[in-house]
Design a protein around this ligand. Sequence first.
Ligand SMILES: Nc1ncnc2c1ncn2[C@@H]1O[C@H](COP(=O)(O)OP(=O)(O)OP(=O)(O)O)[C@@H](O)[C@H]1O
Length: 227
Amino acid sequence: MIHIENLSKTFTLHNQGGAVIPVMTGAHLSVAQGECVALTGASGAGKSTLMRMIYGNYLAASGHIWVGETDVAAADPREILQLRRHTLGYVSQFLRVVPRVPTVEVVAEPLLAIGTPKDKAIARAEDLLTRLNIPKTLWSLSPTTFSGGEQQRVNIARGFAHAYPAMLLDEPTASLDATNRETVLNLIEEAKARGAAIVGIFHDEAARDRVCDRVVDVTGFSPANAA
Ligand SMILES: Nc1ncnc2c1ncn2[C@@H]1O[C@H](COP(=O)(O)OP(=O)(O)OP(=O)(O)O)[C@@H](O)[C@H]1O
């Protein structure tokens, strides 16, 4: 489902005389349906960079990033938006929302965007908010004033609302209490069981060992090691 071939990345520092920094070369990675792969490597090894490249936020210098039928490394912005809407989900660590939209709609929005009937989308959102222990009294309010932990859980609910065939998870259990952490691990297991291909960064080693089938150390993709 996710297939990375010979991927390279450089950063050009325009504010530092145009210095070109190679951060990745010849990266390969394949993630099958129903499989979860954890990216590991020391801080600065390139885990976030690789995730951002798969999501289409960072441009590749060369190579291919197949997500289903789309090569993200060559896709135009319209194709990337389509891919994000239907195929590729991203659960980041922080919630970014338009002010004044009620929480239940924030969570239902990815489903509404692909034409899911409103009652079905709202029912799914309510189910996820319940599972993630967001009190019902908050559902009709905007999450902008929620606590950090509440916002993180709303973000996770939104990320899991649609059954994306491929998902990127950036520390999905970071700073959650034991009960909510367990719920998130269950959501990941459910996504795998329905065939989602998942790539994630998990500093929570017990979580990683439980839900991930394989670990890929991105240090192996660094230009220093390839030389
Ligand atoms: N936008 C950018 N511009 C320039 N250099 C960048 C940029 N983003 C990342 N880098 C560099 O690329 C390298 C990989 O960074 P990245 O954030 O991917 O590492 P990481 O493995 O996710 O680290 P951490 O575990 O600390 O989050 C680092 O040397 C970093 O300085």
